[in-house]
Design a protein around this ligand. Structure first.
Ligand code: ADP
Ligand code: MG
Length: 208
């Protein structure tokens, strides 16, 4: 079960991890993008991590909504609206839920990932963050259906995200800036799939 404190710890971990890995993410965005992914996402997550000191949220969904809006307003590029939508949609199914378990988080994760698709229109194999999120959601649901608790579901989701991230290396990008390179986008990991995996690994560390 995860409460508001756990969700705030999740965002703090996301911010610390992405800030520490910011140069790595930016380096991944150099050959197939414009070398700003690390700075984009770490700027946004830092602003999100500061929210907990500025305001008492009272509920998980109010907090996650504010995280989503903060990402939309502070992160530039493609990833800002995509991650912003992810957290906004994650919030909705958790309204009136104080202690989030595997079932509730599974519904929220599905809504969040569907939000990314609604906004970015990515399909599996397009070499985007969706290639990490989609297998993560599938793994989460599989574990939850077998009766696993939130911690185990999140660990399985994070592992599946990492495999999905690694599989983006061979893909040819069909969405976003990297798609301008066509076949030359192959042979590089997707930066967004890499940061998405970091967010899910942080969830496994903090929400279980
Ligand atoms: P920009 O490409 O505008 O510079 P970022 O560098 O912050 O934005 O983010 C790039 C990442 O955004 C890509 O690695 C990819 O994972 C993700 N991305 C781009 N377009 C889409 C899309 N249409 N759907 C899902 N993810 C996308
Ligand atoms: Mg970029």
């Amino acid at each position: 079960m995860a409460d508001l404190n756990a969700f705030q710890a999740w965002i703090a971990d996301c911010s610390a991890t992405v800030t520490e890995q910011s140069d790595h993410l930016t380096d991944l965005d150099r050959p197939i993008g414009d070398a700003d992914h690390g700075s984009n996402v770490s700027r946004g997550l830092k602003a999100c991590a500061e929210l907990a000191q500025q305001q008492d949220f009272g509920s998980v969904d109010a907090y996650l909504k504010k995280v989503g809006m903060t990402l939309v307003s502070t992160v530039g590029g493609a990833s800002g609206p995509l991650y912003g939508t992810f957290f906004l949609r994650l919030a909705a199914p958790l309204a009136a839920t104080e202690d989030v378990g595997a079932r509730e988080f599974g519904q929220a994760l599905r809504a969040g990932v569907e939000g990314i698709v609604a906004r970015g229109k990515a399909e599996a194999g397009d070499k985007t963050m969706y290639d990490a999120f989609a297998p993560a959601l599938e793994a989460f649901d599989r574990s939850a259906a077998e009766g696993a608790g939130l911690a185990e579901c999140l660990q399985d989701a994070a592992r599946a995200a990492a495999e999905g991230r690694d599989a983006t290396e061979a893909m040819i990008a069909r969405k976003g800036r990297a798609s301008y390179l066509g076949e030359r986008s192959a042979g590089h990991l997707d930066p967004g799939a890499t940061s998405a995996t970091m967010l899910l690994e942080a969830a496994a560390r903090t929400l279980g």
